[in-house]
Each structure stands twice: as structure tokens, then as C-alpha cells.
Design a protein around this ligand. Sequence first.
Ligand code: THU
Length: 132
Amino acid sequence: MKGRGLEIEEMVAAAERAAGRAYAPYSNFRVGAAVLTEGGAVYTGCNVENASYGLTVCAERNAAAAMALSGAREIRRVAIVSPDASPVFPCGACRQVLQEFGCKEVVVREASGVRRYPFSEILPHAFGSESL
Ligand code: THU
């Protein structure tokens, strides 16, 4: 990955590809997420729904789980994309999971283009391991 701009575009493209794998027969709302680790690797996830609705897992948490499986523990940035709506921000539960892995930035696609938000704006006054 070369420049930061290109890196972000690549993440958005990876999230978009992941959204194409969404399993969302109940909501028809497809979401893809790509997390970039501090080591420079990208892991993706899509939302996976269930007939028992509450068992649905969001794209962001599935991306974080894929990252964790690799052994990585630090998220530099997450990009979230849906072909069905824009922008899509992470739900409250996913914000807390992204916080767990030190996420520093959230990238969403808005009508005007890709926009970056500091994570502290997305989840201010976060509860984390340092709070214990
Ligand atoms: N969803 C995500 O995957 N990520 C978000 O940030 C918002 C919501 C999913 C969960 C469910 O499958 C569908 O979108 C509708 O809520």
C-alpha cells in the first residue's frame, strides 16, 4: 500500500467486496467492513443474519474476529460500506468491540465521498481495559 489516500480507497474497496458476501435475507441491508491492523494487514467481514434475529453479527465484529484469528490485536482504522445506504456508522455494540482493539479512525462513505472520523468522536468517554 503506497500513500494513505490510496490505502483508504483500498480499504473501502475491500469493504465493498465484503458487503457482496453479506448474508442478510431478513433485513436486505448488506454491510461490509475492513479493518487495517497496526501491522498493515487488512481483514474484512460482512453481516451474517439469523432466523433468530438477535443472533445476527455485524460486519464490523466479523472483521474484528477475522483479525483476532490472525493473531493481530491492534486496529488502526475501520472502513464500513453498504451498497444499500450511506453513510453507515458502526452500531453501539461494534463501537465497543472496535474500542477493545484500539481503533483510532472510522471511515465511512458519504454522498460527498469518503470521510474519516477520529474514533474518539465516534465513541467518546469510552469504557476500556484502562477503565478497570
Ligand atoms: N449492520 C452491520 O453489519 N453493521 C452496522 O454498522 C449496522 C448494522 C447489520 C446488522 C443487520 O444484519 C443489518 O445491518 C440491519 O441492521
